[in-house]
Design a protein around this ligand. Structure first.
Ligand code: ADP
Length: 338
């Protein structure tokens, strides 16, 4: 499909110019939490009918936040896809840029939500696999080609998950249009759904091997799937704070570098939410890469993943605040102007 002739700001179903849509997904309690926290209620309560989330302050009080969608621990992977990603995939098929991102503390279900292959249990398939199914159902491979790149961003270095020898890919910006590209990244044509799933699995294996070699914590890296240069799906690094003292075995410099892209994303979202004149997109590789997807004709969907444990209330609260600020981002047109 070619891009629509008249390029305007993409409108969502309510006619609002491409505001970032923010959904919250609550992970069910795991076995450990069911036992250890048995006597304590969840730190949040989701009210999907009224699109509200209550964050418990103490036994009596809670704060209430509004989101576009609330996905409880009972929400199926299918429902999550339909709410979070399907509208983005549909506008990509109409020729717009689309981005789906998952943000949250490690262990809250970002990878489950986006990257689950679901080969044994098809109901468990995540957003990447379902998105490609919808794309392949719409695009005729006889007349069109669909291709992908799969990357990892760790400590401000971009690694090619489809070819591990490409371990330092640079971002190239077109001086005129400001469009970014990754000429060094492997671009593989997708022949069918199975070949896509195989590539995702290969990418995961390379990611695991690369991180083992680097002694890197994979929760601290971002995984970026780019389909056709149009659809970008980003499994962000864990949002939990890194200990600045380096107790995770890092020097202060490393700790800063590990955090850089995610904090730069937060700063850009704050600047956009506040309609600030300066949006610091150039501060990190992640924000430089996402700048393209955040143009005026882009549709962006963010899924905030949280866990129910009262022990993680602090991290959950800061994740919710990130989502609240993202709700205020009217559109990302500003990123182009900067
Ligand atoms: P993250 O990517 O945020 O670190 P994961 O996706 O790895 O988190 O999830 C942590 C664990 O919780 C995994 O074992 C995953 O299968 C499980 N999990 C996450 N979300 C759900 C869910 N909605 N339903 C069932 N299990 C889940």
């Amino acid at each position: 499909k070619s891009a629509p002739a008249a390029l305007g700001v993409a409108k969502d179903d309510t006619g609002v110019p491409g505001r970032v849509r923010v959904a919250v997904r609550l992970r069910p309690r795991n076995a450990e939490e069911r036992v250890a926290d048995a006597d304590f209620p969840d730190c949040v309560e989701l009210q999907p009918e009224v699109k509200r989330l209550k964050l418990r302050k103490n036994n009596w009080d809670s704060d209430t936040y509004e989101f576009d969608e609330l996905l409880t621990e009972f929400a199926s992977q299918k429902r999550v896809y339909e709410v979070v990603a399907k509208p983005v995939v549909e506008s990509v098929l109409d020729g717009y840029n689309g981005t789906v991102m998952a943000y949250g503390q490690t262990g809250t279900g970002k990878t489950y939500t986006l990257g689950q292959l679901g080969e044994e249990d098809t109901a468990a398939r995540g957003i990447m696999v379902r998105a490609m199914e919808d794309i392949l159902a719409d695009v005729s491979l006889e007349t069109n080609s669909v291709s992908m790149s799969y990357l990892q961003l760790y400590m401000e270095t971009i690694q090619d998950l489809l070819n591990p020898t490409n371990d330092n890919i640079s971002i190239v910006e077109d001086p005129k249009s400001g469009d970014v590209s990754l000429p060094g990244a492997t671009l593989v044509e997708i022949r069918n759904q199975q070949s896509f799933v195989d590539l995702l699995r290969l990418g995961e294996a390379h990611r695991f091997a690369a991180n083992t070699k680097l002694n890197a914590e994979s929760s601290r890296s971002h995984a970026i799937l780019m389909v056709h240069g149009k659809l970008v799906i980003v499994d962000l690094a864990g949002s939990e704070r890194i200990d600045k003292s380096g107790s995770e075995g890092h020097t202060l410099e490393e700790a800063k570098s590990i955090n850089l892209s995610l904090s730069a994303l937060g700063k850009c979202i704050n600047a956009l939410a506040e309609n600030s004149a300066h949006v610091p997109v150039r501060d990190s590789k992640l924000t430089r890469l996402l700048r393209d997807s955040f143009g005026g004709t882009a549709r962006t969907s963010l899924v905030i993943t949280i866990g129910p444990s009262p022990r993680h209330r602090g991290e959950t609260a800061s994740t919710i605040m990130f989502g609240q600020r993202a709700m205020k981002v009217e559109n990302m047109l500003k990123l182009k102007e900067e």
